[in-house]
Write a protein that binds this ligand. Structure first.
Ligand code: VAH
Length: 337
């Protein structure tokens, strides 16, 4: 074991050192695919190792830096990658989201719990500088106050995804308190981006609606028109988790996970913002099983703790997001003749 690793190892459980060699799990997912590229800009391409279960790595992504095929539920495979690349920081994004998680609860439990524990154990044993584990507003449930949901409140979700996110938050806090592992996280709202397709979540409608508006001028939405959920544009989401990773640990009152908020709107408002650019756009509503998940989630979230402890502040409002989404998607998608 080289001296650096030895040093890190000797620091097991206490190291909250500088982040130099970063591993991203779930790097081909909605957050991971953009986070990896942003981290490579900030830390150098060769210092950010992307990993995912998939083998079909897009050419431009494969050419942007090191990639390893990795199943986070296999602890030995994770350790091998960490050793091979001398990793000192992990952004752990590999997860099964709420929609797929309700259809495949066993898979969601395995990936979201066993995968997380593998990451925390490897990071603890090797004295890593930082582990970033995003949580979600899915930790909240029907008995949680829906408006201006507090940082500290009732967490009794009814989805398997939500259960794994609450358990994950508690596990991360345990590794911080018990072993001193510097684990941090944010509770992401629904995330909207144009570079990658949505990842099987309940908020996927807020991404698909833009694609269909361009391609078909019509969208059939799987939640009802009046459904209000907290949302965030991907550039804000990336800045949030990277800023938290860099924040002074002494300022942090919470570890996993901070409420963060940017936007809240119902589907009617979202459709109206699109119609500012595509006047003929129409929406039909056919709620499915994801309506019940959405109904358990907040309408708005209190993120004062994040703003006070590490200067969180979103930059995109609904109209700026819609303009950026449609202009970028318009370039990507061949609109029908
Ligand atoms: C999901 N996009 O829908 C994720 C997210 C708040 C929602 O966690 O499951």
């Amino acid at each position: 074991m080289d001296d650096r690793n030895n040093q890190l190892y000797l620091g097991a459980g206490v190291a909250t050192g500088e982040m130099k060699r970063i591993l991203v799990t779930g790097a081909l997912g909605q957050i991971g695919s953009e986070l990896t590229l942003e981290l490579r800009k900030q830390y150098g391409a060769d210092n950010v190792v992307a990993t995912d279960l998939r083998n079909d790595v897009p050419k431009d992504f494969a050419e942007s830096g090191p990639y390893e095929n990795l199943d986070v539920t296999e602890g030995s495979s994770l350790l091998n990658v960490v050793k091979k690349h001398k990793i000192d920081t992990i952004y752990h994004l590999a997860a099964i989201l709420s929609g797929v998680g309700e259809q495949r609860p066993e898979l969601a439990y395995s990936v979201n719990m066993n995968g997380l524990k593998n990451v925390l154990d490897v990071a603890k044993d090797r004295g890593m500088a930082r582990v970033m584990v995003p949580s979600s507003i899915a930790v909240f449930g029907p008995s949680t106050p829906h408006d201006n949901t507090p940082q500290e409140t009732v967490l009794r979700p009814t989805s398997m995804y939500g259960v794994t996110k609450v358990a994950g938050e508690l596990l991360c806090d345990y590794y911080w308190k018990k072993f001193g592992l510097d684990v941090r996280g944010v509770r992401y709202p629904g995330l909207i981006s144009w570079k990658t397709p949505p990842g099987g979540g309940t908020t996927d409608y807020a991404v698909a609606i833009y694609h269909e508006a361009i391609q078909k001028k019509h969208y059939t939405c799987f939640v009802k028109e009046s459904t209000v959920l907290p949302m965030m544009y991907m550039p804000d989401a990336l800045r949030a988790i990277i800023d938290l990773a860099k924040a002074d640990g002494n300022r942090l009152r919470y570890r996993n996970a901070y409420n963060i908020s940017a936007l809240s709107f119902d589907v009617a408002e979202l459709a109206d913002s699109i119609r500012q650019h595509i006047p003929e756009f129409t929406v039909a509503y056919e709620p499915d099983y994801r309506q019940q998940i959405a109904d358990g989630w907040p309408h708005t979230v209190d993120d004062r703790a994040a703003r006070l402890d590490w200067d969180w502040k979103p930059e995109y409002d609904l109209s700026a997001m819609t303009e950026d989404m449609l202009s970028n998607l318009g370039r990507l998608i061949e609109t029908p003749a």
